[in-house]
Design a protein. Structure first.
Length: 194
C-alpha cells in the first residue's frame, strides 16, 4: 500500500484497517452465475432497511432482501443471489480520501491481478461528490470481476464504499446499487455510550 505519504503510526493504522477491509471484500467474492436476471420479470418495489451507525456518522438504506453483516467499522451487504457485494467502511478519522483511495487501488490491483483501472472520475455518494475508480481483474477462480470504489470524507471521517461484481453484472443489481448509494448520508459521529 502506498504508505510513503503516511508517518509510521498513521501508516500502520491505515494499512491495517485497509488490509482488514480488503480481506473482508475478498472473503465475500463468490462464483457469479451470470446476468440472467436481466430477463426476469419486473419486480415490485422492495421494502427497505435503514442502517444508521452513529459512531461512524454513516447512514444508508438497502433492500430488505440484501443480507448485512458487520465487523468493527466495516459493513457488508450481499445481494440475494450473491452477485454483488457492497462494503461500507470508515478506516480513518479526518479527511484522508486521497490516501485511502490510493491504498485501496493498490490493494485491489494486487488482489485481482492482472487488473487494470478502466475508469477514474468523480462520482456521487448520496449528495456528496467523491473520488471513484473502477477496476477489472481476475478472481480466485479466474473469472473476471469488476470493482467500483467510492471514497469520500466528511470533516470527521473518511469513508470507502466498494462494490464487487462479476464482469457483467445484471441491470437489476446495478439499479439496486445505485439506489443504495443515493441514500448514503454522512453525519457527525456520536460517541458510543458507556
Amino acid at each position: 500500500m502506498p504508505e510513503r505519504f503516511l508517518d509510521a503510526l498513521t501508516g500502520r493504522r491505515l494499512g491495517g484497517a485497509l488490509f482488514v477491509l480488503t480481506g473482508l471484500i475478498v472473503a465475500g467474492v463468490v462464483l457469479w452465475p451470470g446476468g440472467d436476471e436481466d430477463r426476469a420479470p419486473k419486480a415490485k418495489i422492495q421494502p427497505a432497511r435503514l442502517v444508521s451507525v452513529p459512531q461512524l456518522g454513516l447512514a444508508f438504506a438497502h433492500p430488505s432482501t440484501w443480507s448485512r453483516t458487520a465487523s468493527g467499522s466495516v459493513l457488508r451487504l450481499r445481494s440475494p443471489d450473491g452477485n454483488a457485494l457492497l462494503t461500507f467502511a470508515s478506516p480513518v478519522e479526518g479527511r484522508q480520501a486521497a490516501r485511502v483511495k490510493d491504498a485501496l487501488k493498490q490493494g485491489l490491483r494486487k488482489r485481482f491481478r492482472p487488473a487494470k483501472i478502466v475508469d477514474e472520475s468523480p462520482g456521487k455518494l448520496g449528495k456528496n461528490t467523491v473520488a471513484t475508480f473502477e477496476l477489472e481483474g481476475s478472481g480466485e477462480d479466474a473469472r473476471r470481476v469488476r470493482a467500483l470504489v467510492l471514497v469520500g470524507s466528511s470533516k470527521y471521517r473518511t469513508y470507502a464504499v466498494t462494490l464487487i461484481t462479476s464482469a457483467t453484472p445484471s441491470a437489476k443489481r446495478l439499479v439496486q446499487v445505485q439506489q443504495i448509494l443515493a441514500t448514503v448520508r454522512f453525519t457527525k459521529p456520536q460517541l458510543a455510550s458507556k
